[in-house]
Design a protein around this ligand. Structure first.
Ligand code: PRT
Ligand code: MG
Length: 214
């Protein structure tokens, strides 16, 4: 039987994928969250899990380092889902991509007046496209984390980041100004593998689709 590898990241993607995998009939042999291993065997001898950085998942799958992968829509849109088959929205790790500003900042007014906005984010491509489509001029400030800090110290007028509970924004006196898109994790598939290993992959893809529908 063909060997199948599934790339996914630690943290919330892993945690929310494990119950889905269980419904598909796959259980990791070791506890992935605490293990330092980057390749995890499962109780199905033909299936293994590859642990990667969230932003690297599409790259591993595109170049055949893994046959399947589980990646957030944010990562797929920002870094490109080109060359990947994306058959199933798994509905897990759900959140939303938002523009957020400091409480009291008149975002609508700034946009209406055609002001030049300074926007801090790690999602520079998504942000550029969003504001270009609105005809709003922005100065993009690329950050790699803790975006919430930028408006508080005067580095930016707005940030673009993921929001789930809203607790992080609230804790930092920020408010949601505009939604850019809803985000959830997708099953992604290497296109060549789908041809050469279809007999093994298609039933797994179908099982994921079934496990994802509630
Ligand atoms: O953390 P690390 O630097 O290792 O990598 P990562 O941040 O890419 O990984 P991880 O595990 O944090 O996120 C992986 C994927 O989870 C993302 O690509 C999203 O598709 C998805 N996801 C879902 C989220 C969130 N919800 C989320 N809330 N990713 C990040 N967040 C962060 C957000 O950036 C903000 O800092 O959580 C904070 C806000 O959460 P609330 O609940 O306070 O609103
Ligand atoms: Mg994170």
């Amino acid at each position: 039987m063909a060997d199948i590898s599934i790339a996914l990241s630690k943290g919330r993607i892993f945690d929310e994928t494990v119950p889905l995998l269980a419904r598909v009939g796959i259980a990791p042999k070791s506890n992935g969250a605490s293990s330092r291993k980057l390749i995890l065997a499962t109780h199905r001898s033909d299936v293994r899990l590859i642990i990667v950085r969230a932003t690297d998942t599409p790259t591993y799958v595109r170049y055949g380092g893994a046959d399947l992968g589980i990646a957030g829509r944010d990562v797929l849109v920002e870094h490109g889902g080109d060359g990947l088959y994306q058959p199933v929205d798994l509905g897990i790790a759900a959140c939303r991509m938002m523009v957020a500003v400091k409480k009291g900042f008149d975002y609508e007014g700034a946009v209406r007046q055609g002001a030049r906005l300074r926007v801090a984010t790690k999602y520079v491509n998504i942000t550029r496209e969003h504001f270009a489509a609105k005809g709003v001029h922005v100065d993009l400030i690329r950050l790699y984390g803790s975006m919430e800090l930028a408006p508080l110290v005067g580095l930016a007028d707005a940030i673009v980041d993921l929001v789930s509970t809203g607790n992080t924004l609230r804790a930092n006196d920020l408010v949601e100004a505009e939604q850019i898109m809803p985000v959830s994790a997708r099953l992604i598939v290497n296109q060549a593998a789908l041809k050469t290993k279809r007999a093994a992959l298609q039933p797994l893809i179908d099982a994921f689709a079934k496990a994802a529908e509630k």
